[in-house]
Design a protein around this ligand. Structure first.
Ligand SMILES: Cc1ncc(COP(=O)(O)O)c(C=O)c1O
Length: 487
C-alpha cells in the first residue's frame, strides 16, 4: 500500500471516536437518560416556545467547527427536554404516544449499535427469528393459529394499514400486480367507518384507487360503524356495478376509543367476499388483558390486523405490526427478485419480500425485550392499571361537571363542559385546551366526533399516570373553565 493510502490506526476517527471518548459518551448518555426519566414528572409537560426561540437554541452550531461529543450530546438532550411535548410525562393525556418501556429504550440503543439489516434472513437470522416468534405469539393473542399466521414489522400503524390495503388488493384482484389498476374492470371500493384513521384515505389516494373509492360508513351513538348502513352501501355499490373488496373495522378509534361491532362486520365480510382488516393500532393491546379480550371478539376472523406496539404497548416509536392469517399473501404482495440480495436460506422468507421497506432496522427487539422482561402477566397488570386510571378519569370529570361524550371501556375520555350553556361551543373548548397546555400542568387536546361535535379529549397513554395526576388535570381544567367564565 502506498504511503498516500496507508491507514493510521492511531488517528481518532471522527465517526468512531476513540475508546476513552466513547466510554465517556456512554456514561454521559446513561446519566442524561436516567435523569430525564426520574425528573420528568416534576417538570412542565411542555414549555411552549415560538419558532425563533427554538431556532435560537441552534444559533451556535457551525459545521465547519466540529463540537466535542459531550457538547453535541448536551445540546441535543437540552433542546429536546426543553421544547418537546413530553409524551413521557404522566400528565400527558394525549395522542396514543406512550411513555417508552425501559427495555424498549435499551433495545433501540443496542439495535442502533449493532445495526442489523433485516432485508435478508441470512443477514440477520436471529433478528428475523425473533420477529417471527413475536408475530406468531401476538397473532395467537388475537386468535390466529400460529402455524398459519404471518406478518411483518412496520414503521407504524399507517404502514401496517397500507400493507393491509396492498394485500387486500393483491388477494382480490390478482391481475393488479402485473397490470395495475387499469386491469380492474369494475371500480374497487372499500369501507371504513367515518371515525376510521385517515391513513386509510391517504393510501387509497396513493395506491391509485382514489379517494372516491373510500366509503365512509356513518357511526351509531357510540361512534361504532353502523352495520345497517354498511349493508346498504354494499347493496348500492353492487347495483352500481362497483367491486367492493375490503372492509376496515377499527378496534379503538383515534378520537374516542370506539370498537366497531367486529362479529357482525366479520359475518358481512364473509358473505360479501371482502377482505376484513381490523385496525387495532391502539386498542389491540386489550388482547393482552383477559377481562378486556372479549371486547375484541371477532378479530380472529380478520384477514389482517394492524397493531402498533408504539401505542398502548408502550415501546419507543416506531413499531407497527401487520398480522395476517394468510401465510402466503405478504410474499405474493411484496416478493421480488434482485441479484444483489444474499442467497435465500432454506424454508425462510426474507424481510424485503414481506414488507414495503427494503433496508429495515430491527423493530421487533424493543417489543421482544419488553415482553421478555414484563411477561404476559406484567403487561396485563400494567394495561389493567391504565384502564382503571381511565375509569377514574371518567368518574372525576363527571364529578366536576364535565359532560362525558363517548362510551368506551378503554382509557380515553371525550368531554365537554357540563356547566356552561355554551358548553359545546368549539372555540371555548379549544381555549380551555390551550390554557391547560399553556400552563404546562397537563397536555390535552380537542377533536371532533360523530356529527362534527367538538370535544375535549384525554387519553391515558402512560403507565406512570396515577390518581394524583388525574386530580391535577381536573384542577387545571377547572381553573381554565373558571377563567373563561369570568371573561
Ligand atoms: C386507529 C389508528 N390507526 C392507525 C394510526 C396510525 O398510526 P401511526 O401514527 O403509527 O402511523 C393511528 C394513529 O394514531 C390510529 O389511532
Amino acid at each position: 500500500m502506498s504511503a498516500k493510502h496507508s491507514l493510521s490506526l492511531s488517528a481518532r476517527d471522527p465517526l468512531l471516536l476513540d475508546a476513552a471518548d466513547r466510554r465517556e459518551l456512554w456514561s454521559q448518555l446513561e446519566g442524561l437518560i436516567e435523569n430525564f426519566i426520574s425528573t420528568i414528572p416534576h417538570k412542565p409537560v411542555v414549555d411552549e416556545m415560538t419558532p425563533p426561540q427554538v431556532r435560537e437554541l441552534l444559533v451556535g452550531v457551525d459545521f465547519s467547527k466540529p463540537m466535542s461529543p459531550a457538547d453535541a450530546l448536551r445540546l441535543a438532550a437540552d433542546g429536546m427536554s426543553r421544547t418537546h411535548v413530553q409524551v413521557s410525562h404522566p400528565r400527558y393525556f394525549g395522542l396514543f404516544n406512550p411513555a417508552p418501556s425501559t427495555m424498549g429504550i435499551a433495545a433501540d440503543a443496542l439495535v442502533a449499535a449493532m445495526n442489523p439489516q433485516l432485508a435478508a434472513w441470512k443477514h440477520a437470522p436471529f433478528a428475523a427469528e425473533v420477529e417471527q416468534l413475536l408475530i406468531r405469539a401476538l397473532g395467537e393473542r388475537f386468535g390466529y393459529n400460529p402455524r398459519e399466521s404471518d406478518g411483518t414489522f412496520a414503521s407504524g400503524g399507517s404502514e401496517a394499514n397500507q400493507t393491509a390495503l396492498l394485500t387486500a388488493i393483491t388477494a382480490k384482484f390478482p391481475e393488479w400486480q402485473a397490470k395495475g389498476m387499469r386491469a380492474i374492470k369494475r371500480q374497487p371500493v372499500l369501507y371504513a367507518s367515518a371515525e376510521a384513521h385517515h391513513s386509510i384515505h391517504k393510501f387509497a389516494r396513493l395506491s391509485g384507487l382514489g379517494l372516491s373509492a373510500v366509503r365512509e360508513i356513518p357511526v351509531n351513538a357510540d361512534l361504532q360503524m353502523d352495520v345497517a348502513r354498511l349493508k346498504a352501501a354494499l347493496r348500492e355499490d353492487r347495483l352500481a356495478g362497483h367491486s367492493p373488496f375490503l372492509v376496515v373495522a377499527t378496534a379503538g378509534t383515534t378520537n374516542a376509543g370506539a370498537i366497531d361491532p367486529l362479529p357482525e362486520i366479520a359475518a358481512i365480510a364473509a358473505e360479501e367476499n371482502l377482505w376484513l382488516h381490523v385496525d387495532a393500532a391502539w386498542g389491540g393491546a386489550a388482547a393482552l388483558v383477559p377481562e378486556l379480550r372479549p371486547l375484541l371478539n371477532g378479530i380472529e376472523r380478520a384477514d389482517s390486523i394492524a397493531f402498533d406496539a408504539h401505542k398502548w404497548f408502550s415501546v419507543p416509536m416506531a413499531a407497527g405490526i401487520y398480522l395476517t392469517r394468510h401465510p402466503e399473501i405478504l410474499s405474493r404482495t411484496f416478493g421480488i427478485e434482485a441479484a444483489y440480495v444474499p442467497p435465500k436460506a432454506e424454508g425462510v422468507s426474507d424481510g424485503l419480500a414481506h414488507s414495503l421497506q427494503w433496508s429495515r432496522r430491527f423493530i421487533g427487539l424493543k417489543v421482544f425485550l419488553s415482553l421478555a422482561v414484563a411477561g404476559w402477566d406484567g403487561y396485563a397488570q400494567t394495561l389493567r392499571q391504565m384502564t382503571a386510571v381511565g375509569e377514574e378519569l371518567r368518574r372525576a370529570l363527571a364529578a366536576a361537571d364535565w359532560k362525558i361524550a363517548n362510551n368506551t371501556p378503554l382509557p380515553i375520555v371525550c368531554f365537554t363542559d357540563g356547566r356552561s350553556a355554551h358548553a359545546e361551543a368549539a372555540a371555548r373548548l379549544e381555549k380551555i385546551a390551550q390554557e391547560v397546555v399553556g400552563s404546562g400542568e397537563a397536555w390535552i387536546s380537542t377533536t371532533r366526533i360523530g356529527a362534527n361535535q367538538t370535544v375535549l379529549r384525554a387519553c391515558i397513554t402512560n403507565f406512570r399516570t396515577t390518581q394524583a395526576d388525574i386530580a391535577a388535570l381536573i384542577q387545571s381544567l377547572d381553573k381554565a373553565r373558571a377563567r373563561d367564565a369570568s371573561q
